[in-house]
Design a protein around this ligand. Structure first.
Ligand code: GAR
Length: 203
C-alpha cells in the first residue's frame, strides 16, 4: 500500500473523509502523516484522534506561499515518511517549483468549483453571483498555475434559487468527500495516462 500525506490548513472534513475511507477499505492507501501550516488546525486534531502523525510546520513570513526554506522542510518531512502522493485538502498556500519538482504529478488538490470556472477563493459566492446553474467540485494535479493542473475527476452540483454561499458549499463538500477518494485511488493504481490536458483511464 502506498503512502499518502494530507496537507490541510483548517477544519479538515476532507481529511476526515479520507481517514474514514481508508478505515472502511474504499481508499487503498496508507495515511503516513497530516501536515498543517496552522498550529491550531482542526485537521491536526482529527489526525491525532485517529493515531495519524500530525505535524505543524510553521509557514514562514509570506501570507499565501511558502518561502524555499519552508518548502524544503515540507519536502523533507514528506520524503522522510516515504510519501508517494501529497493530497492538498483545504491547504491555503500556493505550491512553488521546488515542491512541484520534488513530487512531479504526485500532488493533488481539491477545489470547490467546476474548474476552469472560478479558480481562487470564495468560489461558492462567485458562482452564485455569476448566476451559473451548476457548480461542483474538481480534483486536479497541482502545477505552477493556481487551480490550473490536469483534471482527474469532477462532480456537478445544481445551484438552487434559494441558495446561499454556505448552503452551496455544504452540498459541494459532500461531493468533495466522495470524489477525492476516487481520484486518489486512480493515481495510486497508476492506471491512467495523460494526453494533452486529458487524464484518461487505461483500464
Ligand atoms: C474545501 O471546500 C476545499 O475544496 C477548499 O477548502 C475547503 C476545505 O474544507 N479548498 C480550496 O478552496 C483550495 N483553494 P475542509 O478543511 O473541511 O476539507
Amino acid at each position: 500500500m502506498k503512502n499518502i500525506a494530507v496537507l490541510a490548513s483548517g477544519r479538515g472534513t476532507n481529511l476526515k473523509a479520507i481517514i474514514e475511507n481508508i478505515e472502511n477499505g474504499t481508499l487503498k492507501a496508507n495515511l503516513a502523516c497530516v501536515i498543517s501550516d496552522q498550529e491550531d488546525a482542526k485537521a491536526l486534531q482529527r489526525a491525532r484522534e485517529h493515531n495519524v502523525e500530525a505535524l505543524y510546520i510553521p509557514p514562514g513570513p509570506k501570507k499565501t506561499w511558502l518561502v524555499p526554506e519552508v518548502e524544503a522542510q515540507y519536502i523533507k518531512a514528506l520524503n522522510d515518511r516515504d510519501v508517494y502522493l501529497v493530497c492538498l485538502a483545504g491547504f491555503m498556500r500556493i505550491i512553488k517549483k521546488q515542491f512541484l519538482d520534488a513530487f512531479p504529478y504526485r500532488i493533488l488538490n481539491i477545489h470547490p468549483a467546476l474548474l476552469p470556472s472560478f479558480p481562487g477563493l470564495n468560489v461558492q459566492k462567485k458562482a452564485l453571483e455569476y448566476g451559473v446553474k451548476f457548480s461542483g467540485a474538481t480534483v486536479h494535479f497541482v502545477n505552477e498555475v493556481v487551480d490550473g493542473g490536469e483534471i482527474l475527476t469532477q462532480a456537478a452540483v445544481p445551484i438552487l434559487d434559494d441558495d446561499t454561499p454556505e448552503k452551496l458549499a455544504e452540498r459541494i463538500l459532500k461531493e468533495e468527500w466522495r470524489i477525492y477518494t476516487v481520484a486518489i485511488n486512480l493515481v495510486l493504481s497508476g492506471k491512467y495516462k495523460i494526453e494533452g490536458r486529458r487524464v484518461i483511464k487505461t483500464e
